[in-house]
Design a protein around this ligand. Structure first.
Ligand SMILES: Nc1ncnc2c1ncn2[C@@H]1O[C@H](COP(=O)(O)OP(=O)(O)OP(=O)(O)O)[C@@H](O)[C@H]1O
Ligand SMILES: [Mg+2]
Length: 335
């Protein structure tokens, strides 16, 4: 039974929902199964903000479309049907890393490292093009039936966080995977993704979130000020890699995702899938394309010489707990 149509796509069933809208399994006019994600711009915002949100959406969607990699969920099409904006992606048959962790608890070290290899390959490719993800988390990593991991939702976080393009009463992204600089609302570079990837790695290895708190303010405080609980029983190479992803100050982290890949190789664990080469995934529709928009953010600068240790920073008190508004964005998942 069909749930109706959006533009030329026939909606077959709901696959899930997130901060921006719903994700449907849909059928294209060519008869291909695709995932269609609706992006709903709330009514309440003024005309100028709305126009900016639409502009931003289109820019980010074009950039995401330009990314073609074995470990990235391919964006196939974008458009609008009345007030509903949408993104069409390849349909991924599998389970999100969030669902996997919820079902099984922590993953084996070997499996966690293999997933890291895949996600790092995807990120290294995107960072090379000046595109950072900004929302690395288990919900945005899909584990396919054959074991390969694919990263979803490139660039979309900025639409939610920076334009307030969220719906009251829906899930609005989570702050638990933010880097300290992201939590402070600063300008981000690829090293922010390195931190969020570390938080995700921690959760794979332990089954627990690295930074928790009763209210968003407490989570943000933990991200900026608390060291994660150490994980016992890890091979030292894995432990070192994890800890270096999670350094609070960007200059002390891995400076590039390729450095993480090099560190993962020292574990002696091998990737399952080979994701470094660019391919067009099977079943990809050839859509009339818009030229890629180019860089969304400047590429990460080349790693600098290790800096001298920064002076100790005073620990700011946690912001007043307000489940709905923190650091310029909305969150209803975490309060
Ligand atoms: N390309 C896809 N193929 C198959 N299922 C998908 C696809 N994209 C999303 N989903 C499903 O839809 C769910 C919701 O995705 P969505 O991206 O909207 O939410 P989220 O990642 O939890 O939050 P956010 O809005 O912060 O991205 C996912 O958890 C996944 O189960
Ligand atoms: Mg998502």
């Amino acid at each position: 039974m069909s749930l109706g149509n959006i533009a030329d796509y026939t909606l077959k069933r709901e696959l899930g929902r997130g901060g921006m809208g719903k994700v449907y399994l849909a059928r294209s006019s060519d008869g291909l199964d695709v995932a269609l994600k609706t992006i709903i711009i709330p009514e309440g915002i003024n005309a100028r903000s709305r126009w900016e949100a639409v502009e931003r959406f289109q820019r980010e969607a074009r950039a995401a479309r330009s990314l073609t990699h074995d470990n990235i969920c391919q964006v196939l099409d974008t458009g609008a049907d009345g007030e509903t904006f949408f993104i069409v992606m390849e349909y991924l048959d599998g389970q999100s890393l969030r669902e996997r962790i919820e079902a099984t608890g922590s993953l084996l070290v070997e499996r966690s490292v293999q997933i890291m290899f895949d996600v790092c390959d995807a990120l290294a490719y995107a960072h090379d093009q000046g595109i950072i993800h900004r929302d690395i988390k288990p919900d945005n990593i899909m584990i396919l039936r054959g074991g390969r991991a694919k990263l979803m939702d490139f660039g979309l976080a900025s639409i939610v966080y920076e334009t307030g393009m969220t719906q009251t009463g829906t899930m609005m992204g989570t702050i638990s995977y933010m880097s300290p600089e992201q939590a402070r609302g600063e300008k981000l570079d690829a090293r922010s993704d390195v931190f969020s990837l570390g938080v995700t790695f921690y959760e794979m290895l332990t089954g627990r979130q690295a930074f928790e708190g009763e209210a968003p303010g407490a989570v943000l405080h933990a991200i900026s000020n608390k060291e994660v609980e150490s994980v016992s029983g890890l091979p030292p190479t894995v432990s070192r890699t994890l800890n270096k992803c999670l350094r609070k100050q960007p200059p002390y982290r891995f400076q590039t995702v390729r450095e993480i890949i090099a560190a993962l190789r020292t574990t002696g664990i091998h990737p399952v899938s080979k994701g470094a080469q660019k391919t067009v995934p099977t079943g990809t529709m050839v859509m009339p394309g818009t030229a890629p928009s180019g860089s969304v953010v400047p590429p990460t600068p080349a790693p600098a010489a290790p800096p001298s240790p920064p002076p100790p920073r005073p620990t700011p008190p946690p912001p007043a707990a307000s489940p709905s508004k923190q650091a310029g964005f909305n969150c209803s998942k975490c309060g």
